[in-house]
Ligand binder design. Structure first.
Ligand SMILES: NC(=O)c1ccc[n+]([C@@H]2O[C@H](COP(=O)([O-])OP(=O)(O)OC[C@H]3O[C@@H](n4cnc5c(N)ncnc54)[C@H](O)[C@@H]3O)[C@@H](O)[C@H]2O)c1
Ligand SMILES: [Zn+2]
Ligand SMILES: [Zn+2]
Length: 368
């Protein structure tokens, strides 16, 4: 079929929205009609050429939500009409990592996905008869997409699909970092550095976990206000003094859990140093620039601080994304307040501009 899609033709250039061909789903795959897709930093990171593993041309987009229109052979868990959220981090349910409760790092299709292909090593996207590569196994800046069954989370049909989109990446990442990676314990003191969608998600996750004190830190008063709305008990403007301030608030020891959601390695260092001596856990979520490293004084580790990182919040996509959506429907998460701008696919580059200007928490491409 002919579909409209946003193609990254060349690094550093705006995406070009155009007609491309999409082939039918093969065995183990489904055709999804996209209803909404969030514009995430990773799309821009790749489009800019900063991502060393990026490739062009390809169809970008990975924060998608939509409706299953058709399924290929051997698809048992999805049927036409199901509401789904796309998963750049799939869950096959069978590999060594899927079977282990400690991780969401499914290895089933990683190699081909990283190269821009579906699991059988081919594409369903074409242009002028030539293969056009997929992005993150999703390519959801498009009216339709073909994805592996294991990369689609079936969610409640009650959930508005525009609000489902952020669960495909940023929001689940933040919430999951608190619930599944750090496993925040009730009554804890938590600090979240950075209050974009990911950091706000971490604030929400800490609240859902029953944290007693949740400190949000950002450069923007407006974002700190958002953090309060989502459950932060304290807010503080970012600066060189935040580590000392956190220690002074905790009898000199530091916070039980810290989360870094800016991608700035200096802030990562603050998150490590603000974690409590003896058992504090610092979770890195932000994506640092190419070649950057995190500087840690080893003594901080010897005295018991721990450091970890979180990819897609440690969320096992097919199992846990639907659970998070149910918590939204139950009134525990306010998603609407994070959907800042609704754009047509033709205006997808405007989504990047808004993101760079830090205008709004999330721009969502909405397909008519
Ligand atoms: N690990 C993952 O799987 C994953 C998934 C999605 C996004 N990310 C990454 O998470 C990070 C955050 O994403 P986002 O969409 O929330 O971004 P965002 O740009 O919307 O938010 C970042 C926030 O950090 C704040 N900030 C900047 N410098 C700061 C400082 N010195 N101290 C405190 N706050 C500061 C900004 O004001 C902004 O509010 C990005 O690096 C993104 O690439 C990671
Ligand atoms: Zn993303
Ligand atoms: Zn797996």
């Amino acid at each position: 079929m002919q579909i409209r899609a946003a193609v990254l033709e060349e690094f550093g250039q705006p995406l070009a929205v155009q007609e491309v061909e999409l082939a039918e789903p093969k065995a183990g795959e489904a055709l999804v009609r996209l209803v909404a897709c969030g514009v995430c930093h990773t799309d821009l990171y790749t489009a800019s050429g900063a991502d060393p593993s990026g490739y062009a041309p390809c169809v970008l987009g990975h924060e998608g939500a939509g409706v299953v229109e058709a399924v290929g052979a051997d698809v048992n868990s999805l049927r036409t009409g199901d509401h789904v959220i796309t998963l750049f981090a799939p869950e096959c349910g069978r590999c060594r990592h899927c079977l282990d409760p400690r991780t969401n790092r499914c290895v089933a299709i990683r190699e081909q996905q990283g190269l821009g292909y579906l699991p059988d090593g081919t594409t369903r996207l074409f242009r002028d008869g030539e293969a056009l590569r997929h992005f993150m196994g999703t390519s959801t800046f498009a009216e339709y997409a073909v994805l592996p069954e294991i990369a689609l989370a079936k969610v409640s049909p009650e959930a508005p699909l525009e609000g489902c989109a952020p669960f495909a990446c940023g929001l689940s990442t933040g919430i999951g970092a608190a619930l599944y990676t750090a496993r925040v314990e009730g009554g804890s003191m938590c600090v979240v550095f950075g209050c974009g969608l990911v950091g706000l998600g971490a604030v929400i996750g800490c609240r859902l976990a029953g944290a007693e004190r949740i400190v949000a830190i950002d450069l923007s008063d407006e974002r700190l206000e958002m953090a309060r709305h989502h459950g932060a008990t304290d807010t503080r403007l970012a600066g060189d003094d935040v580590v000392d301030w956190i220690r002074s608030e905790t009898d000199g020891f530091g916070a039980d859990y810290t989360f870094e959601a800016t991608g700035n390695v200096h802030v990562m260092r603050q998150a490590v140093e603000a974690a409590r001596e003896a058992w504090g856990l610092a979770t890195m979520i932000g994506v640092a620039g190419k070649g950057e490293t995190l500087d840690i004084v080893p003594r901080f580790l010897i005295t018991g601080r721990r450091v970890t990182g979180s990819s897609f919040g440690g969320v096992k996509g097919r199992t846990q994304v639907p659970e998070l959506v149910d918590r939204w429907l139950a009134g525990e998460i306010d998603v609407e307040s994070m959907l800042s701008h609704r754009l047509a696919l033709d205006d997808v580059n405007r989504g990047f501009e808004l993101m760079e200007a830090q205008d709004g928490i999330r721009s969502i491409v909405v397909f008519s």
